[in-house]
Design a protein around this ligand. Structure first.
Ligand code: URA
Length: 220
């Protein structure tokens, strides 16, 4: 402002305390229009080895992967993926949307691709459909298992409608099988963009944000 680079509706600004209407006034800096936004929505393909947290003293977090201009909005991860899990993670500073997607009563589906040590069978599909009892006594909600490849090491897709701690790994442990690779490929209406390599991110489009905001009530 002191360098006379800022205008409000075409009039040079001279007072940093000037009040403006962020959605209707046009602010320009060196002739470039500044778009005001309150919220940021980022789709990250979380790589292995980073924590789904905002801060950690020893281990890099998903926030550390974002550029400063995104970090400025103070985004946080919507839910958690384990350190060794990859895949779709939404990062936002929109608390209401995060709450809507995480509220247990909304049962937002999350789909995972997993490699599992051991032969996955149609009996396992039934077990997950009926719900299994985890190590702490909790009975899981019906979950949808699809077998992509059955063998000594199997490949599956699993959709769950809740999000208990280490849920997918613990569900397979009940069946006596170990998950060796886990990747989240969908959450609600959002799917992992195949062009996003692990560690890469992109902002959601306006359409995607709208789809998420309307999701539990309309898009189900
Ligand atoms: N289930 C798991 O076991 N781990 C994850 O990261 C997500 C779901």
């Amino acid at each position: 402002i002191k360098a006379k680079q800022v205008s409000v509706n075409g009039i040079l600004a001279y007072d940093g305390g000037q009040k403006i209407f962020p959605f209707t006034d046009e602010i320009t800096v060196q002739g470039n229009t500044v778009i005001y936004k309150e919220y940021i929505y980022v789709l990250l393909n979380k790589p292995q080895g980073v924590l789904s947290a905002t801060k950690d003293t020893n281990t890099p977090t998903v926030i550390d992967l974002l550029p400063a201009e995104f970090q400025h909005f103070k985004p946080f991860p919507v839910g958690r993926l384990d350190k060794d899990t990859e895949g779709l993670l939404l990062l936002t500073n929109d608390g209401q949307l995060a709450h809507q997607l995480l509220a247990p009563r909304n049962h937002v589906p999350k789909t995972y691709y997993a490699k599992v040590e051991g032969l996955v069978t149609t009996k396992d599909i039934t077990s997950f459909e009926e719900g299994v009892i985890l190590d702490d006594g909790y009975q899981t909600l019906p979950a949808k298992l699809s077998i992509l490849q059955a063998g000594p090491s199997s490949e599956v897709e699993l959709t769950i409608y809740e999000g208990k701690f280490h849920q997918v790994k613990r569900m397979f442990l009940v069946l006596g099988k170990t998950v060796t690779f886990l990747q989240r490929i969908a959450m609600g209406p959002l799917t992992l963009d195949p062009s996003l390599k692990p560690g890469m991110y992109r902002e959601l489009s306006e359409t995607e944000v709208k789809m998420l905001q309307e999701y539990p009530s309309k898009g189900k």
